[in-house]
Design a protein around this ligand. Structure first.
Ligand code: G3P
Length: 217
């Protein structure tokens, strides 16, 4: 499973890119606002740090204007993925862009039928928002299971990019289901490393080693 970072915070991206575990980055208008940065500038800076797909979202809601925005955004860097909303106009834009070989991430997906339509529109990635489904009392991971079955039934190439991840459990279940990508906030990435028994075990190893009086170097 690929890990994308779900942020527009350059410092977090730069730090975690050093781990070698980051395969791409997703942004959206809310993350851009939170960064306080110029949209085009921050996407350029991100694409200079991470080689993998960098999602930059269109703002227009009509196909004609989304296509114009997309053409400007793909000019920023070779690894730009255009994010469009899961709407009729968004899918028309998706079809037009993927027919030209431009990567598209269809976002704001909340149902299996939406994911089916996005795959038929040639989406490179589909972004089901699992956390927001949990917020309304659903189990967002059930949607990921349904999409995995549907895509495998028909051999769709569209990659399931689990989004709106809020917990390490979301990450684990994404991997168990066989999602292609998890786009993870930096805070959750850091939590993936941690387990109290690891800390406790390392402390005990170091204590016992210290009592041997030996050194390796
Ligand atoms: O990639 C989508 C993600 O940023 C949305 O997350 O927590 O606002 O639902 P959230």
């Amino acid at each position: 499973m690929k890990f994308f970072l779900d942020t527009a915070e350059i410092d977090d991206i730069r730090e975690l890119a050093k781990s070698g575990l980051i395969d791409g980055v997703t942004t959206n208008p809310s993350l851009i606002k939170k960064s306080g940065r110029d949209f085009v500038e921050v996407i350029k800076e991100i694409s200079d740090i991470v080689d993998g797909p960098i999602s930059a979202e269109t703002i227009a809601t009509d196909t004609e204007t989304m296509l114009k925005e997309a053409k400007k955004l793909v000019g920023i860097s070779k690894n730009i993925t255009i994010k469009v909303p899961m709407t009729a106009e968004g899918l028309k834009t998706c079809k037009a862009l993927t027919d030209e070989g431009i990567m598209v991430n269809v976002t704001l997906c909340f149902s299996a039928n939406q994911a089916l339509l996005a795959a038929k529109a040639g989406a490179t990635f589909i972004s089901p928002f699992v956390g927001r489904l949990d917020d309304i009392g659903d189990d967002g991971m059930d949607l990921i299971e349904d999409i995995r079955i549907i895509y495998d039934n028909y051999g769709f190439d569209t990659q399931i990019l689990v989004a709106s991840i809020r917990t390490v459990e979301h990450v684990k279940r994404s991997a168990l289901i066989g999602a292609d990508v998890a786009t993870v906030p930096p805070k959750i990435i850091h939590e993936l490393y941690n387990h109290p028994l690891t800390d406790k075990g390392l402390e005990a190893f170091l204590k016992d080693w210290g009592e041997t009086g030996q050194t390796i170097l």
